[in-house]
Write a protein that binds this ligand. Sequence first.
Ligand code: FES
Ligand code: FES
Length: 360
Amino acid sequence: MAGNLATASPANDTISPLMALDAKLTLRSIRGERVVPLSAFYTGVRRTVMAPDEIITDIAFKGLTDTQPSFFIKSALRKAQAISVINITVILDLDGWQVSDARITLGAAAPTIIHAEKAEDFLKGKTLGEAVIEEAGTLTAQAAQPISDIRGSADYRDYMIGVITKRALTAIMNGGDKGLVPDEPVLLMGDGMYAQKPKVPWDGKEIHTWINGKEYHFKTGFNKTLLNLIREDAGLTGTKEGCAEGECGACTVFLDGRAVMSCLVPAPRAHGAEIVTIEGLQEGGELSVMQDAFVEHGAIQCGFCTPGFIMSATKLLEEKETPSQAEIRQAITGNLCRCTGYYKIIEAIEVASKTQSKQA
Ligand code: FES
Ligand code: FES
C-alpha cells in the first residue's frame, strides 16, 4: 500500500479513500522521522514531498464509527483490472440525519487526488434530501479539473462526477448500499485458503515451492515474475503472457488458493506457497470438467486466453457451485479474449457448472 501511495497517480484508487479518512504518513530516513498528512503529501502528477532517502513506514487513520456512513465508487471501462476513469469517496458524520461533517475526495479529476471543499462545506448542517444531494453533486463536479485521455473525455468525467456523487449520497440517505454492492461478490478466492506465512523460512538462497503438487527448488529466477518462473524455470508453458501488466488475465494461476495474475507477482512470492497452473487441473490424465466444456462448446479460437479463462472459471465454481450468468460475467471480467467473443465462454462455464453439480 505504501508503494501504491507513493506512485502519486491521480487515478489511484487507494489515495482517495485514505485522504477522505484523513490518513497520515510517517516518513523516515537516517536523518529522522516526520509525519505528513496525506492531503499535504502530493505536489503534482506523480510528485510527492518525499525526499529521495525517505521511505513510508506507517499509514495511520481512525476507523469509522456507526454514525459515519461512507462510500467509494469507481467508474472504469470494465469491472476488473481497470484504471479509474473517475473515483469518489464520500464520508459523512451524521447527527441523526443531519450532516455534521463531510469529506468528499475525487480521483482522476485533477493532477492530484482532491477534496471537493465547496460540496463538503455545503453539506455541513444539511439533512440529506433530493435537493441537497442535487446541489452537492453540482458542487462536487465544479471542484474537478479533469483532462481528456484515452479512458474518457473531460466532459464525460465532469458529468460522471456529479452522477456518482449523487449515487453515493442517495445510497447513504437510503441507509445503505442496496443494489450498488453485491451481497456475496465473486472474489475468486475459492474456499478462502490463504497462507499468511511461508511454510518454509526464507533464506534468500532458493525459492522452495510446490506447483501442481510437485516440489521445486529454484536457485535462480529471483528477479523474475511468477509467470516467467513457471514458464521458463518450471517449463510449464500452459500459462500465457498476454499483456504482462495485469490487464488481460491470460496468466491467471492459483497461488495458495487464490486466483492471481502471475505477471504481477514477484517470483519469490512462490516460496513456501502452493501453486496450481492450467496443467494442474487435469485429473488422472483426463481434462477437467471445465476444460472439457470449453472444448465441447467451442469456447476457444486461438486459445491464447483460454488457460486464464479456465482458471478463473474453475475458481468461480469452487466459490459458487451454480453461479448466475451475472456472477459468471463478474468472474471473467479480468480476462480478455480477442477472438472467440464471450457468449460461448459463458455458455461453457454454465454447462460445466451443471455437469459438476450433477456429479456432486
Ligand atoms: S499477462 Fe498477466 S494479466 Fe495479461
Ligand atoms: S480464443 Fe483467442 S484470444 Fe481468446
